[in-house]
Design a protein around this ligand. Structure first.
Ligand SMILES: [Zn+2]
Ligand SMILES: [Zn+2]
Length: 265
């Protein structure tokens, strides 16, 4: 399996996953051309994509969904509630045959070809949002961004994955000292907002204890976090938790506008 976050941050998110002849993007939160360019940078021809998955209907996750689906005739998988939220004015028309719906509380898996995807609800201020675990029978990748707190189901689904993309959205002090109006700060910090750097570190300790070998830290806020702060905060929590970096687990930073490390597992 190949995993590569190609856009990650509060401005746009897209992660590429490949196994066998199946080539998936989870979220397409950049312009169609930005996503195509970044796929080419990692040696992937966008015409070879086989499907798109959406976690939720915030624009930093769906901006390019419509254009990619129309251009390459790609099916889009999303929960019933996400389909209700997707604003046609923003993503344009999507062919009915490309709109694949699932019920987020069912336990069914999505058969994407050489990859199977399972999903689970996330506590986020976007209706019917989900995270995914993608598996090819050998390796598995879990995506956990855009959630305000770690729920039992997030914990259960992320534990034991080989690779996890974990949100480290904001630094508490930067958020509190920053320019956002207080209600917005409260929303970000709230139980349906985003994960703070220390919270990400604490969850990462649990994930590593469960056998997770690679963690991408992603979805960093542009205004309330920095790469250095996210990495050093998570690293310090991991060290305090007894983790030996590079031996127990590798931690990689994602990049906002460029592909991150292309991981082959
Ligand atoms: Zn987001
Ligand atoms: Zn969101």
């Amino acid at each position: 399996m190949i995993v590569c976050p190609i856009l990650s941050g509060s401005s746009g998110n897209a992660t590429y996953i490949e196994s066998g002849s199946t080539r998936v993007l989870v979220d397409a939160g950049g312009t169609g051309s930005a996503i195509e360019e970044n796929l080419k940078k990692i040696g992937v021809d966008p015409r070879t994509l086989t499907c798109l998955l959406a976690t939720h209907a915030h624009s930093d996750h769906i901006r390019g969904l419509g254009v990619l689906s129309r251009r390459y005739k790609l099916p889009i998988y999303a929960s019933e509630g996400v389909w209700k939220q997707i604003d046609k004015g923003r993503v344009g028309c999507i062919a009915a045959c490309c709109m694949k719906r699932f019920c987020s509380v069912s336990k069914d898996a999505l058969d994407l070809g050489d990859i199977e995807a399972t999903y689970f609800s996330t506590p986020h201020d976007s209706y019917d949002s989900v995270g995914y675990v993608l598996s090819d029978g050998v390796s598995s990748f879990g995506i956990a961004t855009d959630f305000g707190h770690v729920t039992p189901s997030i914990r259960a689904r992320m534990k034991g994955c080989d690779v996890v993309l974990l949100e480290a959205n904001y630094d508490y002090d930067m958020l509190m000292d920053g320019p956002y109006p207080y209600p917005l700060k409260e929303r970000i910090m709230g139980p349906e907002g985003h994960l703070e750097n220390r919270e990400a570190g604490e969850f990462a300790v649990e994930l590593i204890e469960s056998g997770v070998k690679h963690i991408f830290l992603g979805h960093l806020s542009e205004n309330n976090n920095t790469q250095e702060l996210a990495y050093s905060t998570v690293r310090d929590v991991l060290i305090d938790g007894g983790v030996v970096l590079e031996q127990d687990c590798n931690v990689y930073m994602t990049r906002r506008y460029e592909p991150s490390r292309k991981l082959e597992i």
